[in-house]
Design a protein around this ligand. Structure first.
Ligand code: MG
Ligand code: ZN
Length: 352
């Protein structure tokens, strides 16, 4: 009888161990340049509501880089992706000149599937922080080459030209033989290969106000379908609302608000996913604030915010973090942006 029990346990582990032992999915959403004022402006302009109100765990992040109080997206992206502070402009290499593995790469070691989606080019600093190691964020062709050799399984974003019109004359899309490349979101949905990319534009995608498609929430829906298509395989997904930052650089409040609302709808999709799939950690944060936006006036009847900016660059203000799902409680408090990586890694390794 005891022997029978022992066999039952061993067989149980062998056949059902993977399913019982599933690690949680991780969705990290980064609103580039999205400080508390960008959120506030978007919320009021949206009739005084945002999907961020459904989060109960909220924290604040210190965003400084290793050489500046005011970070750029490369240093901050690296801090969140890899847990190290580095110099502004550097991706995936610490200030001590050590190449650092990213959470996406760690997740791959745990047999995760991985996806990236951005409303900038896919080689731009924020998404690149999850797969590239370069001394300058401007080395787009090097970053594209590293994406072609990376552990990313699915991506949606702009920047096709960095793969096809290159100084080294290589056509990386031809070289990426286990990939298929979709021309639109339907083709992305229907692609059957294990790895799928969808270039939304040849260069940087246009702004939403000029008609950018697909909307980020539609892209995230398609991504989530792809990432959940392999049974008993958890995923890591990074979603970037890239152009909230560009609206801040342009000091255009309507640009900021429209891009935030595109991002907010995508947050709504992710929140709904977590409700359906509780074995998921969802984090929404920013890499830094852009523009030093202040809402100094507005219309209470229509909830129309107005105000001004103090710079065309970034600021050093702390940025909020919102978390829900597995391990979310770790994200309350005030901490360095590098701790986002540490907390995600704990969830990945299931260590308390
Ligand atoms: Mg960015
Ligand atoms: Zn910026």
């Amino acid at each position: 009888m005891r022997l029978y029990l022992l066999f039952a346990i061993i067989f149980g582990r062998l056949f059902f161990g993977a399913a019982q032992d599933n690690s949680p999915n991780i969705i990290l959403m980064i609103g580039d340049g999205t400080g508390l004022t960008q959120i506030t402006a978007g919320m009021y302009a949206n009739g005084n509501k945002t999907n961020l109100e459904s989060f109960s765990t909220i924290g604040l992040v210190k965003t400084h880089s290793s050489n500046s109080l005011v970070t750029d997206s490369a240093a901050s992206g690296t801090a969140m992706a890899s847990g190290v502070k580095t110099l502004n402009g550097v991706i995936g290499i610490s200030s001590r000149n050590i190449k650092t593995p990213s959470i996406l790469e760690y997740s791959k070691e745990q047999k995760y599937v991985t996806g990236l989606i951005a409303t900038s080019s896919i080689v731009h600093a924020t998404p690149a922080s999850f797969y590239a190691k370069v001394t300058s964020r401007k080395k787009y062709q090097d970053i594209a080459l590293q994406l072609s050799e990376s552990e990313v399984d699915y991506f949606i974003g702009g920047g096709r030209k960095h793969f096809t019109k290159r100084d080294d004359k290589r056509d990386l899309l031809n070289e990426m033989s286990d990939w298929s490349f979709a021309k639109n979101l339907t083709a992305f949905d229907e692609a059957t290969k294990g790895r799928v990319g969808y270039f939304t534009s040849n260069d940087e995608p246009e702004k939403l106000l000029d008609g950018r498609r697909p909307a980020l929430d539609e892209g995230v829906k398609s991504m989530l379908k792809k990432l959940t298509s392999k049974e008993n395989t958890p995923f890591f997904l990074m979603v970037e609302g890239s152009q909230i930052d560009w609206g801040g650089h342009a000091n255009e409040l309507d640009y900021v608000v429209s891009e935030f609302l595109d991002f907010d709808k995508a947050i709504g999709v992710a929140v709904a996913f977590v409700k359906e799939n509780p074995d998921t950690l969802l984090i929404v944060t920013a890499d830094h604030e852009t523009g030093g936006l202040g809402i100094s006036s507005g219309n209470i009847k229509t909830f129309t915010p107005s105000g001004g900016f103090v710079t065309s660059g970034h600021t050093a203000a702390m940025v909020p973090v919102f978390a829900m799902g597995v391990g979310a409680e770790q994200f309350s408090g005030i901490y360095e942006n590098t701790a986002i990586f540490d907390k995600m890694l704990k969830v990945l390794n299931k260590t308390p």
